[in-house]
Structure formats: structure tokens, C-alpha cells
Design a protein around this ligand. Structure first.
Ligand code: PEP
Ligand code: MN
Length: 339
């Protein structure tokens, strides 16, 4: 159920209604908007009639009580009509500015990471990406530097002031990864690993949830629900291409997810054209398309020497290509009414 509160409700009134919702057997999730505060109350659907009594027991506080029709309740626009935003190190994702998250697929060495971090920052990126724990198809391929990689990301953050995003692969590492990163990335291979989603949510760090390789949008929205239902409001969806019959590209980047996620949810939508295309030569065009369609952020792989990269060599941009991309993207960002 959604409980819409009247404007200008005091903290004391808010606390009283939250207590009453809990007493009636529901889990309340308070969402403060600019104009209104709404409470998403999750509980037994069969007895949800009982919450309508709030209208009579709290006539000064409650404006309306409505059922949430969607299966993805807290993630839905019904529950939270305004866009939600995620703020990391002063950078707002889901606001006017299109945020650029850039960096290598994998953290490989101090020199590789620090060189890339300085270059992407100079070109205008605000968030540094880099995998420390890598989900590789083959167990014989580079698995990432692990904790050493996390420490290098922290060093790059200290040197550049960029926020950091890195992937969490295992529940066992949730606290460890959260200690070093500003955003937890949940990879495509894990987006329906529900225990991992819960562990990520419980760290309290913002979570970027990639779409799974064969995930339907409703499944993706429901995976996002795991983050919000575990009391973490800082969720971002990230489209990174799905597996189709096409082999010309590594994946098929589904840009229709931008308007769909915007319609269904209040959470920001991020586009990853690097995994999406699997080819560096297509990244620029896909970034332009994504920005034109309303993407809130882009996640782009950049490497000082892509040909020598230990993972995803074919899709990483060189430092020069990334700088060019940032320049060419500017008019598209402006045309989309963004910064
Ligand atoms: C990555 O970002 O390098 C990555 C492994 O992404 P995905 O989970 O989308 O394949
Ligand atoms: Mn990659």
C-alpha cells in the first residue's frame, strides 16, 4: 500500500504513523519527496484493507491510502512519483548532470589504474570504475587483483577525488568491498543472486544493478526491489546488453530500457555500452543514443593500452578515444536538456 501524507507533516506525526503501520503488521518505507512524503507499506496483501483505517485514525496526517498494483512495489513510480537520486562524493546520479563512470574493466596495476583515473578525470568523468573481483567465464582467465585492487581504487580516489564503483561478487566480501568503494556494482551474472543482493543492500552503499544476460525487465525490477526492501534507497539500474541470436555484437544493448525504466521506476538508469557492444568502435554511437534517450549516467571501459588489457580488450577505449568521446558527446548532452 502507499500512504500519501499531507504536506508539512512534523517528525512527531511521521513517527506516530510509522509506529501504527508496524503495529498493523506492515513494513513501512518512508520516501521523502520534494513536495510530499509517501510511505510504502509492504505486508500481507490479503489483509491490506486494514491500512485504510489510517485515514480515520490519522485524519490530520494521511491524505490517501492506495494499493500498489505492481509486483515491484517500492521500485515503482506509483510508490514514488518523483525521480530518486543517488549522491556519491557530491555527485548526483539521476539529476540534471549526466554522470560519466569510466575506467578499466579490471584493475591490473597501480600504474594502469592511476594513469587511467587521471585521464578520465581530465576528460570530465566523475566516477572511476574498475573491477577488483572479476566474474570470468573461464577459471583460467585473470580473476582480478582482489583486495590489492580495492586498495588501488582507494588510492586512485584519494589522488583524484573521483568516486569509485567496483563489483561485488560474493556475499563473503560485502563488508570488505563496501569499505573501499562508493558504489557497489552487481554484475550481470549475479543480478538474480538474491542473497548477494540482500548483502549488498545491507552494506548501506549505493547499488548499481546490472541487467542479467537473459533477464526480463520485470525480473530486473523485482531484483531492484530486493535492494529497496532491505532498507537501501540508493538503487541504480544498469542496462549492459542482453544475449540474443546476434553475434555481430557481444550483446544486444537494449536502449528501450531507458524509457521503460523511467516509466516503471523512479530509480536512475545507467547505460554500459562497453559490455553492451563488446566493441570499442561502437561505444561512441551508443553513448550518443543513450544520452539522447535520457540515460542518467554512462559506464564506460577505458584502458591506457586496450590491446594489452587482461580482460575485455576488444571493447575498452584508449585514453585518446575516451577524451574524443567526451568532447563529441557534449552537444548530445545539451540537446537532451542535461549538463
Ligand atoms: C564489467 O563491468 O566489467 C562486467 C563484468 O560487467 P557485466 O556484469 O555487465 O558483464
Ligand atoms: Mn568488462
Amino acid at each position: 500500500m502507499i500512504i500519501v501524507l499531507k504536506p508539512k507533516i512534523s517528525k512527531r506525526e511521521e513517527t506516530a504513523i510509522l509506529r501504527e503501520i508496524k503495529r498493523l503488521g506492515y513494513r513501512p518505507h518512508l520516501m521523502r519527496g520534494v513536495a510530499r512524503t509517501v510511505i510504502g507499506a509492504i505486508g500481507d496483501e490479503l489483509s491490506h484493507q486494514t491500512l485504510e483505517t489510517l485515514l480515520t485514525t490519522f485524519p490530520e496526517t494521511v491524505e490517501s491510502v492506495m494499493p500498489i498494483q505492481k509486483r515491484h512495489k517500492l521500485v515503482s513510480r506509483e510508490a514514488h512519483p518523483a525521480n530518486s537520486t543517488v549522491t556519491v562524493r557530491g555527485q548526483v546520479i539521476g539529476g540534471k548532470k549526466v554522470q560519466i563512470m569510466a575506467g578499466p574493466c579490471s584493475v591490473e596495476s597501480e600504474e594502469q589504474l592511476l594513469t587511467t583515473a587521471a585521464a578520465v578525470k581530465a576528460a570530465g568523468a566523475t566516477i572511476l570504475r574498475g573491477g577488483a573481483f572479476k566474474p570470468r567465464t573461464s577459471p583460467y582467465e585473470f580473476q582480478g587483483l582482489g583486495v590489492k585492487g580495492l586498495k588501488l581504487l582507494a588510492k586512485a580516489r584519494a589522488e583524484t577525488g573521483l568516486a569509485v564503483i567496483t563489483e561485488l561478487l560474493s556475499e563473503d566480501h560485502a563488508e570488505l568491498v563496501a569499505e573501499y568503494t562508493d558504489i557497489i556494482q552487481i554484475g550481470a551474472r549475479n543480478s538474480q543472486n538474491f542473497q548477494l543482493l540482500i548483502a549488498a543492500a545491507k552494506t548501506g552503499k549505493p547499488v548499481l544493478l546490472k541487467r542479467g544476460l537473459s533477464m526480463r525487465i520485470e525480473e530486473w525490477l523485482l531484483a531492484g526491489e530486493y535492494i529497496l526492501a532491505n532498507d537501501n534507497p540508493n538503487l541504480m539500474f544498469c542496462e549492459r546488453g542482453i544475449r540474443t541470436f546476434e553475434t555481430y555484437t557481444r550483446n544486444t544493448l537494449d536502449l528501450s530500457t531507458i524509457p521503460i525504466i523511467k516509466k516503471e521506476s523512479h530509480a536512475p538508469i545507467v547505460i554500459d555500452p562497453s559490455q553492451g557492444a563488446g566493441r570499442a568502435d561502437l561505444v561512441m554511437a551508443m553513448c550518443k543514443g543513450a544520452v539522447a534517450m535520457g540515460a542518467d549516467a554512462l559506464l564506460i571501459e577505458v584502458h591506457p593500452n586496450p590491446a594489452k588489457a587482461l580482460s575485455d580488450a576488444a571493447q575498452q577505449l584508449s585514453l585518446e578515444m575516451f577524451a574524443r568521446l567526451m568532447t563529441e558527446l557534449k552537444p548530445f548532452i545539451a540537446a537532451a536538456g542535461r549538463e
